[in-house]
Write a protein that binds this ligand. Structure first.
Ligand code: MN
Length: 371
């Protein structure tokens, strides 16, 4: 088990690599999609009016990330003592028609296969993705954590206003597109079929490249939002995803926060962690805590939510989990650097849990050897 840190595109620099390393991270998960190109206007709130809402414009459709670009980031991170472990999320510009079953689907799948081969060449083992039409959408910010620390959550509203044409995954990929909204207002089975088509096409390439596709559950995990279906909205639906394809490259980006936000189901968060870790399906873990369930939940500090994080680490140790844990996101703390302080707090707590787990493991093997 390794401690990692997630960085957004605009944070891929020496200062942030050093911050991650100072927090105890040995591994990095990086975002290459620019969710912040609108600056302070970027939002996952309901938007009325023009396109370009949500998180703004998707990237350049012709510029799929190359081995050279990835190798440069990898080398810069390595110079600061960090292993580049995963890329998190596709740019909607590179796979909108995979999600929408549009005319460019197969061409975009070719682009994704090229990315997988590039990652294999460079040696980056995980590619996180979120097979979702609406994407992360409909959360609000609130002061749910102790001391009125601000974070994201839901306050009862599940917006069903359909997306505009040219939008998917809460970003705009084409301002001149027409009729794409009809491809989002579909039944759940249709979206599962689109996922199966995608996995069947890319998993053999991923497996050959030594890269694992890792699926994030739907955040927030509601049945429908913006009149689109959602796939992994209960812990047991991760099994449905795994059962779509037997390849070991068919993995999970296991988000504890999203899983805990899910309505009560047959499998609680501890059973789910054991079930999927024991199958060796977890590529990496979003290690964060919440209080409540959809549509009423709030992000809280890692040590005060509904999940007993120490018990999760114990289960991971028992199932010999060998992947990476990252904080995902954390409540912001009242000071001159709210994001840094929130992340440093989460990282310190995680470092202590992992240190405890490895010393227990050492103690157990010493006891075994001496008997
Ligand atoms: Mn997550």
């Amino acid at each position: 088990m390794h401690l990692g840190f997630g960085l957004y595109r605009h944070q891929l620099d020496r200062e942030h690599y050093r911050f991650a390393r100072q927090c105890g991270a040995t591994h990095l998960v990086i975002h290459l999609v620019d969710y912040f190109n609108q600056g302070a206007k970027a939002s996952d709130q309901p938007v009325s009016g023009g396109r370009g809402g949500g998180w703004g414009m998707a990237g350049d459709p012709s510029a799929v990330w190359t081995a050279d670009q990835l190798a440069t980031i990898q080398q810069e991170a390595a110079a600061e003592g960090l292993t580049l472990y995963a890329i998190e999320n596709f740019d909607p510009a590179h796979w909108h028609d995979v999600l929408l079953a549009g005319p460019q689907r197969d061409a975009q799948i070719e682009g994704i296969c090229a990315l997988l081969r590039a990652m294999g060449t460079v040696g980056i083992p995980c590619l996180g993705y979120n097979f979702s039409l609406a994407g992360v959408y409909g959360r609000v910010t609130g002061e749910w954590a102790r001391g009125q620390a601000g974070g994201v959550g839901m306050a009862g509203l599940v917006d069903q206003e359909p997306m505009l044409d040219g939008m998917v995954w809460n970003m705009t990929f084409d301002v001149s597109a027409t009729d794409t909204a009809e491809r989002t207002r579909i039944r759940s089975q249709e979206l599962w079929d689109r996922l199966a088509y995608f996995l069947n096409a890319v998993l053999p390439v991923a497996e050959a490249a030594g890269v694992r596709l890792c699926a994030h559950p739907d955040d927030p995990p509601v049945e429908r939002i913006r009149d689109t279906p959602r796939l992994v909205i209960r812990p047991e639906l991760y099994q449905r995803l795994i059962d779509l394809h037997p390849s070991p490259a068919n993995g999970l980006e296991f988000c504890l926060g999203t899983l805990a936000e899910m309505p009560e189901s047959a499998m609680d968060i501890y059973q789910a962690t054991r079930h999927y870790a024991a199958q060796e399906r977890i590529g990496y873990i979003h290690f964060r805590n919440v209080r409540g369930k959809v549509p009423h939940y709030g992000e809280v500090f890692i040590d005060e939510g509904d999940i007993d994080m120490r018990r999760i680490v114990q289960i991971l140790r028992e199932t010999n989990y060998e992947g990476v844990l990252i904080p995902d996101h954390a409540p912001q703390m009242s000071c001159g650097a709210p994001w840094h302080a929130g992340m440093a707090h989460a990282m310190g707590y995680m470092l202590a849990l992992l240190t405890e787990a490895s010393s227990k493991a050492l103690h157990a093997s010493a006891t075994k050897q001496s008997t």
